[in-house]
Design a protein around this ligand. Structure first.
Ligand code: GDP
Length: 226
């Protein structure tokens, strides 16, 4: 159509400015503000025991670092490498406020850690679970294909006996079919009801982002993130 055929008003006047619809950005995730603060070799090196903490524990290779990274939506926050030095320390990550912290407990079961060191860490973790006032909840990370190994049960028993809220993240759920996942979840729920009454469990996958919202919501509640 030649330009002259355009209705006059359309040719003469640019279309009225229409405000753009706001493009919704991702809902803000306070865990994105989490950052590494310090590594503590013993309990005395932790920040003052005030505010709220949520601790993450799990056998090495269970997927704990990946879970922390997924929850915080930060790829490199917790190291996913198998660096022995790092797995033997309590790593502290304040979230949006120094009074709200995630604590990455040393990965137990690390193959190359001598028995004496394993026992030492067991003592440190047990004392932490028993005495830390600010500890509001324990997230136990387990590979969904191999849940509730001896040390996992010890952690759950000990956590529950210390009056801590406990939650099991059954990671790598993407490696199970839907029905296998549901069967595993039911079996874990049944078992934890006897060893840690009140504990909860869920399927999770850092890779597929399964259960991410549920895990985040629980940790945020324990930390009292508004
Ligand atoms: P950590 O030792 O408990 O901190 O375990 P990592 O987070 O380092 O994970 C151990 C291995 O499991 C790595 O090779 C990860 O890529 C893998 N992994 C962790 N989470 C998942 C998951 O949700 N799905 C799958 N398929 N692999 C995972």
């Amino acid at each position: 159509m030649p330009a002259s055929c355009l209705p006059r008003h359309a040719a003469d006047h640019p279309p009225p400015h229409r405000p753009r619809l706001a493009v919704s950005s991702k809902p803000s995730n306070p865990f994105r503000k989490a950052q590494f603060l310090t590594s503590a070799n013993k309990l005395g090196q932790l920040p003052p025991d005030t505010g709220n903490e949520v601790a993450f524990a799990g056998r090495s290779n269970a997927g704990k670092s990946s879970a922390l990274n997924a929850i915080c939506d930060q790829q490199g926050l917790a190291r996913t490498s198998k660096t022995p030095g790092r797995t033997q320390l309590l790593n502290v990550f304040p979230v949006d406020d120094p009074a709200r912290r995630l604590i990455d407990l040393p990965g137990y079961g690390y193959a190359k850690v001598p028995e004496a060191m394993r026992l030492h860490w067991r003592g440190v973790i047990d004392t932490y679970l028993r005495t830390r006032e600010s500890l509001k909840g324990l997230v136990l990370v387990m590979d969904a294909r191999h849940p509730l190994k001896d040390f996992d049960c010890h952690m759950l028993e000990f956590g529950a006996a210390s009056g801590r809220a406990c939650h099991c993240l059954l990671t790598k759920a993407d490696k199970l079919s839907r029905s296998e996942g549901l069967r595993t979840l039911a079996a874990v729920n049944k078992e934890i009801a006897t060893i840690a009454p009140g504990a909860s469990a869920q399927l999770f996958s850092s890779l597929a982002k399964t259960g991410l919202g549920e895990a985040r919501a629980l940790v945020a509640r324990w930390l009292e993130i508004p």
